[in-house]
Design a binder for this molecule. Structure first.
Ligand SMILES: N[C@@H](CCC(=O)N[C@@H](CS)C(=O)NCC(=O)O)C(=O)O
Length: 215
């Protein structure tokens, strides 16, 4: 049986929960982090020495870091649709996953979601926020180009690349910020919103995080 630790309001936990539901895996969910705490206990630190969520454990192994978890679960349960045996196709998925974790997430989650939405108005850095908004506009315009001839990032079907990257869309489209015209990204967002796993795990109100820097 799979166990997933992490509060459902966490963006990184949402990705994992979405995949778990796409795979229709039976699981036990344990709230941890934020108001639930528990990340500093010896037991939790033995699972993730960094004391962060998400963490998963199955009958064989404990895995921490959302993208390591996505790769592990998809490799085990998600072939041939969400994950691929062919290293060439796998590398395409991986490229988007890395881009989304190392480029999009810092500019969107840190720069806009934390820098603008979660930071109290009198503590915001308007120059840094404007820069992040411009960087994200460029990122989403690039995605708009990629999605011009395909419904999902890698082609005709959802892969883990869409899960890693598409989790940002709910927040991006629901923040009060300027966005460029990106109809192909909007159409992709519509497609993702039709999926039960996206509705249940990603389309989660984040209002309680407004102007609040603590977890
Ligand atoms: N790179 C890690 C980041 C993990 C991380 O920073 N998790 C945050 C939540 S998104 C956390 O544990 N924060 C402490 C808390 O929620 O109490 C991943 O993708 O899993």
């Amino acid at each position: 049986m799979l166990t997933v630790w992490g509060r459902r309001s966490s963006f990184n936990v949402q990705k994992v929960m979405w995949l778990v539901d796409e795979l229709a895996l039976p699981y036990r969910h344990i709230d941890a982090g934020g108001k639930f705490g528990g990340l500093d206990s010896d037991e939790f630190r033995r699972m993730n020495p960094h004391g962060k969520i998400p963490v998963i454990k199955d009958d064989v192994v404990t895995v921490w870091d959302s993208h390591a978890i996505l790769r592990y679960l998809a490799a085990l349960h998600g072939k041939p649709n969400l994950w691929r045996d062919d290293p060439i196709q796998q590398a395409q998925i991986d490229s988007w996953m890395n881009w989304s974790q190392t480029v999009l997430q810092p500019d969107f989650l840190v720069g806009i979601f934390w820098g603008f939405y979660r930071t109290p108005a009198d503590q915001r850095n308007p120059v840094a926020i404007e820069r992040s908004i411009a960087l994200c506009a460029a990122h989403f315009q690039l995605l708009n180009t990629i999605l011009a001839d395909r419904p999902f990032l890698l082609g005709n079907a959802l892969t883990v690349a869409d899960i890693a990257t598409g989790t940002s869309l709910y927040r991006y489209f629901n923040l009060d910020i300027d966005r460029p015209r990106i109809p192909n990204v909007e159409a992709w967002y519509q497609r993702l919103q039709q999926r039960d796993g996206y509705q249940k795990n990603v389309m989660v109100s984040f209002e309680s995080q407004f102007g609040r820097l603590d977890y």
